[in-house]
Design a protein around this ligand. Structure first.
Ligand SMILES: *Cc1c(COP(=O)(O)O)cnc(C)c1O
Length: 406
């Protein structure tokens, strides 16, 4: 670890990626420009030839975007970041950079729904084959590896089941087979998990979630560990074109200043909510890495600095009960996405993971009765009270049904 990396994380959140700006501006200005003037024909030629450093065109690099990229690279302990238009643009850029026809990918079954769809549609069409396995079982990863496996792609905690995969062990398996270990770290953010420390080669995020934290930006980022990879990825991103814009970069960079305290509050609230739900008679099962009942509770403690703000639970009464609950909450808002200051609730089978198809969902253990809750930073008693009154509605419905059948 170098000196920079040792800086306390809270301090890094406030200062990472910051530089010296015109007029003594304390924060990076928003360079809302598509292109940059050259001082002369020679200067322009030198920039294109890479003989001089500078900005040419915003799709290639923009100072406001670069400030954000440097910030997140520092938080993840990587070399450089690449800002993308969305988390999915980041996922696509990763596979576009690393794979070609004939290559094989091993991917977690419990990943963000559109990631599964991307691998099963566009990447498949390009000749890249994927094996999906439950990466929380390390042995399944080992047996899925083929001679042509190029990428091992892991999301931990998984979406939406919150299964934890052993980053250190899986990195070893990937590297023993010359494959590249990619981790989607969206659910944890760099505040709670540092995949590079456990051997990951590439880390990506949907900035839309915890990193921005305010539900007002769509964005993504890729963090790489060395210059060669960075240059290669930058070329791919420039060709695919899915870059983040300066204004959104500014907003995300602003959001990151409070990342550390927001994540602390998400964790504090989520454990209270998870424990409340676990005791509730109408709830069959709660998935939260901070609960002792979580199958990888010990691994989560070892690998994560906190349990995060995401909870998944299964109601007695399945899908119908879930719909009553979602229609009855008042403080928690019925919406997809996660990681913002506000609590959000949604139903994976009919919403975020609908595009996977039922068969793939069942294989990934995403049952029809599963509800996903992104616990915000509101007062936790208000969140619990809201769930309590909504669960009371579910209870009323079920008592009526019992009466009816008598
Ligand atoms: C939301 C999300 C993505 C995709 O990000 P977008 O910004 O919506 O494109 C990828 N991975 C995970 C884990 C996510 O939650």
């Amino acid at each position: 670890m170098n000196k920079e990396q040792k800086k306390d994380f809270e301090t890094k959140c406030v200062h990472a990626g910051m530089g010296e700006y015109e007029f003594g501006s304390v924060v990076p200005p928003i360079y809302q420009t598509s292109t940059f003037k050259f001082k002369s024909a020679q200067h322009g030629a030198a920039l294109f030839a890479g003989e001089e450093k500078g900005y040419i065109y915003t799709r290639m690099l923009n100072p406001t975007v670069e400030a954000l990229e440097n910030c997140i690279a520092e938080l993840e302990g990587g070399y450089k970041g690449l800002g993308c238009a969305s988390g999915m643009a980041a996922v696509h850029t990763v596979f576009g950079s690393l794979t070609q026809a004939g290559d094989h990918v091993v991917c977690s079954t419990a990943v963000y729904g559109p990631t599964t769809t991307l691998l099963n549609s566009i990447m498949k069409k390009y000749g890249v084959e994927t094996t999906f396995v439950d990466t929380s079982n390390t042995e399944l990863v080992r047996s899925a590896i083929k001679p042509n496996t190029k990428v091992v792609y892991v999301e931990t905690p998984g979406n939406p089941t919150l299964a934890i995969s052993d980053l250190k062990e899986i990195s070893k398996i990937a590297h023993a087979n010359n494959a590249i270990m990619v981790v989607d770290n969206t659910f944890m953010s760099p505040a709670l998990q540092s995949p590079i420390e456990f051997g990951a080669d590439i880390v990506l995020h949907s900035l839309t979630k915890f990193l921005n934290g305010h539900a007002d930006v769509v964005g993504g980022i890729i963090v790489v560990k060395d210059e060669e990879t960075y240059k290669h990825f930058r070329k791919t991103l420039n060709q695919l074109g899915g870059v983040i814009d300066p204004f959104n970069s500014f907003l995300v960079h602003r959001g990151i200043k409070t990342l550390s305290i927001r994540m602390q509050k998400h964790c504090e609230n989520a454990i209270v909510v998870a424990e409340y739900l676990e005791k509730h008679p109408l709830i069959k099962k709660v998935f939260y890495p901070g609960l002792k009942s979580h199958p990888q509770y010990e691994l989560a403690k070892k690998q994560q600095k906190g349990s995060g703000g995401m909870i998944t639970f299964e109601l007695e009464g399945g899908f119908e009960a879930g719909q009553v609950l979602m229609n009855s909450v008042k403080l928690c808002q019925l919406a997809v996405s996660l990681g913002g200051v506000e609590s959000l609730i949604q139903h994976p089978a009919s919403m975020t993971h609908f595009s996977m198809g039922r068969e793939a969902r069942m294989a990934a253990e995403i049952s029809d009765g599963l509800v996903r809750l992104s616990v915000g930073i509101e007062n936790v008693n208000d969140i619990v009270k809201d769930l309590e009154q909504a669960l009371e509605k579910v209870n009323e419905l079920q008592s009526k049904e019992v009466e009816h059948s008598l």
